[in-house]
Design a protein around this ligand. Structure first.
Ligand code: CA
Length: 763
């Protein structure tokens, strides 16, 4: 059983306000967002695997307290009792690690530079953690506060009276160089720590920072031996940190900017973003305003404080990735260092996203909230392909090719379906075709693992390819996206090419067992078959989880079962099967397995992506009330705003966006179409203020924890007799009004006319 929610929640409770929200209330929404959500995680069990992020929406640089050792993916763990630094971070997930990290640590008393020696104890009682602001007062009386802009950090350190005051800058082992200028109170330099970069030779993060108090003394230290090098400065680097001495009892602010382009650009960025605001509180005010502005565009009414905390904490994490990887020239035009070819280009670049995690919910949410940015990102995807030869699949910041599928096409097709016209669809289809018919040098999702078998046999074979069945299913969905884009843009050639293979999911469906299964090169099913065994032909899941990965053709999947009744029986079984795990080729428990067991929802594994859309599939088979019941159950049982608040890896906004969309009563089962499937909204009222200025209101009349079932619905006053609405419906503004009740309406929206999109129905 998961730990129950709301054991504590100090700050947000104190700053919480009464409903309904006034204009002043909207200016406090950021106070609901708890950036500690999901931080009580470790290698073996993820409650989110997050860290207390300070940052702006989609910011280039984020900031976090650091409890773990330098280089440890578990940067901040809630169970820790000491902090060893406050650093610039870009980590998407502990599983891919950080890059361009460096940290500040205040030290009082004697100078201690090493990350073990300098760490200081703290208690969560003395910690405040929101998107715009983090502060902690250590047991020894030191205090650190952090806030930020898109590309700059602004930190404030308060030292106890009567003791020497130091700030140690740790540029990470072996890769840092610094120059100290006491006359201007500046430190400038660089770090180049990184794992995933496609051209390491030109990779460097240039840093420029200015302090507001004079240095009493200063110098460098060797971070391999943790010894002070008094007075000796090194610009060359290889394991050098900085120490600075300040007056006892002082309050020191530092404003710091980073650039991947040049030292000059770091300094320009510093001037652009923090040069004017000498005062920490002024920067903080701007940071809060940016989040309040965004949060105010998704305005929840009628929710409890606890519900507000959960929603806005999730909305915060749904708006951090993909990362803005561009900087601004003096004339205000964007340009960027490419993590793919290592060169400088004009235009926008976005990176830091594992698309396997995010195509399902984060991007369909982003298309609603940020279509302009999404248009820039679509250009960036194609630009990235030009620069490294492959479409991004898992970039952080260079391309790693992690996980499976070629889901960049899902983003492109989804953007096109939603009216985004910033890219050339023919170029997108060419790039995708290259992706689908080749294998790249990195990972399984860089090109296609098993692409030859897929095209020749109609499926990826096992055991030649680990995760072969998952690959077949996801490739077929991606091919659908390409077909959809080709069809929409009059590209007959690719419509024909991808139209032929988008039904390939059928080739791994075994009618006898009713599961998607592994097949060998001769077409024989992989034996012995065990539906609860993880791994083998399935990636991070088992047959129960991948059965549903036919996003584009749920009706086709229903047909494989023979009837709606048989299909619904299978869906129902997911929840009632024992939550047993056979570890299969993983050879031991991985955290996703444990999270499925802790959720106590049978074989439903919300802790990982493959099955997260499955609760919505009842809407295709005449029993939408079961969707309504299950999604409410998942939202209220598996999410809250605490450090244990996610049922598994948060994954660059993926887990959060599922919640945000579902709480609105919507979900995008099939990105690449313009539909949002209707679930069961969590609150009485939400008002979306769209980029075009229109407002879309979702009203759930008589909504409460018991009244989870939709009795009737209207869209702009007209009866709504289907289980979905379109992107255009939302963007046009209007009111979706749902009458909620305690019992299922088993006659509403049960026909095929009410079912959402399936490609089988197109033919
Ligand atoms: Ca995951």
């Amino acid at each position: 059983m998961r730990k129950m929610k709301a054991r504590f929640f100090l700050v947000a409770v104190l700053t919480a306000i009464v409903l309904p929200l006034s204009a002043a209330g909207k200016n406090k929404l950021v106070g609901y967002a708890n950036s500690l959500q999901g931080t009580d995680s470790n290698f073996g069990l993820s409650n989110g695997n997050t860290y207390p992020t300070v940052g702006q929406p989609f910011a280039m640089h984020l900031w976090s307290a650091q409890t773990g050792r330098n280089g440890d993916g578990w940067k901040y763990t809630y169970a820790a009792t000491t902090i060893r630094g406050f650093g610039q971070t870009h980590q998407c997930s502990p599983w891919v690690g950080d890059y361009a990290w460096f940290s500040f640590m205040p030290v009082t008393g004697s100078l201690r530079v090493g990350e073990e020696e300098r760490q200081a104890t703290f208690s969560h009682d003395n910690e405040t953690a929101h998107p715009d602001y983090y502060s902690v007062t250590f047991d020894n009386g030191m205090r650190t506060e952090m806030t930020s802009t898109e590309r700059c950090g602004h930190l404030r350190f308060s030292f106890p009276k009567g003791e020497d005051a130091w700030i140690v800058i740790d540029g990470y082992k072996d890769h840092a160089g610094w120059t100290i200028d006491p006359a201007t109170r500046t430190v400038s330099g660089w770090v180049d720590n990184v794992t995933w970069i496609n051209n390491r030779s030109t990779w460097r993060c240039h840093i420029y920072m200015q302090f507001d108090k004079p240095f009493e003394a200063y110098g460098t230290w060797d971070n391999r031996t943790n010894t002070v090098i008094e007075g000796v400065l090194s610009e060359k680097g290889s394991g050098v940190g900085v120490w600075l001495k300040f007056k006892p009892g002082t309050k020191v602010q530092v404003r710091t900017a980073s650039s991947y382009i040049s030292p000059e650009q770091a300094r320009l960025t510093w001037q652009q973003e923090v040069g004017k605001d000498r005062n920490f509180d002024a920067t903080r005010k701007r940071a809060a305003a940016a989040w309040n502005q965004l949060f105010g565009r998704v305005l929840v009414e009628g929710a409890s404080d606890e519900e507000m905390q959960t929603f806005y904490s999730c909305l915060f994490r749904a708006n951090l990735f993909s990362r803005k990887f561009f900087e601004y020239k003096e004339d205000g035009s964007p340009y960027y260092y490419s993590p793919y070819d290592g060169k400088i280009h004009d235009g926008y670049m976005y990176t830091d996203n594992g698309l396997w995690d995010t195509f399902r919910s984060q991007f369909p949410l982003t298309n609603l909230l940020h279509p302009t940015q999404q248009g820039q990102y679509m250009q960036a995807i194609l630009q990235a392909q030009q620069e490294c030869g492959w479409l991004p699949a898992w970039s952080c910041p260079g391309e790693s090719g992690g996980m499976l599928g070629n889901h960049a096409i899902s983003l492109l097709a989804d953007a096109w379906a939603k009216g985004i016209r910033t890219f050339d669809p023919a170029q997108a289809l060419e790039a995708y075709a290259h992706e689908a018919m080749n294998k790249g040098p990195w990972g399984g999702a860089n090109g296609r693992a098993g692409w030859k078998e897929y095209w020749q046999l109609g499926y990826v074979s096992y055991p030649e390819s680990m995760g072969s069945t998952s690959q077949t299913q996801e490739y077929a969905y991606d091919d659908f996206c390409a077909w959809q884009l080709a069809r929409a843009t009059g590209n007959a050639f690719y419509e024909e090419v991808f139209g032929r293979v988008m039904f390939n999911y059928r080739n791994v469906f075994d009618t006898k067992t009713g599961f998607m299964r592994g097949r060998d090169i001769k077409g024989r099913w992989t034996e012995p078959f065990d539906p609860i065994e993880w791994g083998g032909p399935y990636c991070e899941g088992n047959a129960w989880h991948y059965n549903w990965s036919v996003f584009h053709d749920v009706q086709g999947l229903i047909d494989l079962y023979g009837s709606d009744e048989a299909f619904v029986r299978k869906l129902d079984s997911v929840w009632t099967e024992p939550n047993d795990v056979h570890v299969g080729t993983y050879g031991g428990m991985i955290h996703e397995m444990k999270e499925m067991q802790l959720a106590e929802m049978g074989q439903y594994a919300h802790g990982n992506q493959p099955i997260q859309h499955m609760p919505y599939l009842y809407c295709y088979a005449g029993q939408p009330w079961k969707t309504q019941k299950h999604v409410r159950d998942i939202m209220t049982r598996l999410y809250d705003a605490t450090p244990q608040g996610y049922p598994g890896d948060e994954d660059q906004g993926g887990m959060s966006s599922w919640f945000v969309l579902s709480a609105l009563g919507l979900y995008a089962v099939c990105p690449g179409t313009d539909q949002y499937v209707i679930g069961s909204p969590l609150y009485p009222k939400v008002t979306l203020t769209l980029e075009n200025g229109n407002r879309f209101v979702i009203e759930a009349v008589d909504n409460n924890a018991d009244n989870v079932y939709i009795q009737s619905a209207t869209l702009n006053g007209m009866p709504l007799e289907k289980n979905w609405i379109t992107y255009a419906d939302i963007m046009a503004g209007g009111i979706l009004r749902l009458q909620m009740g305690p019992r299922p309406n088993t006659t509403r929206c049960t026909t095929k006319a009410a079912a959402p999109f399936s490609v089988s129905n197109v033919f």
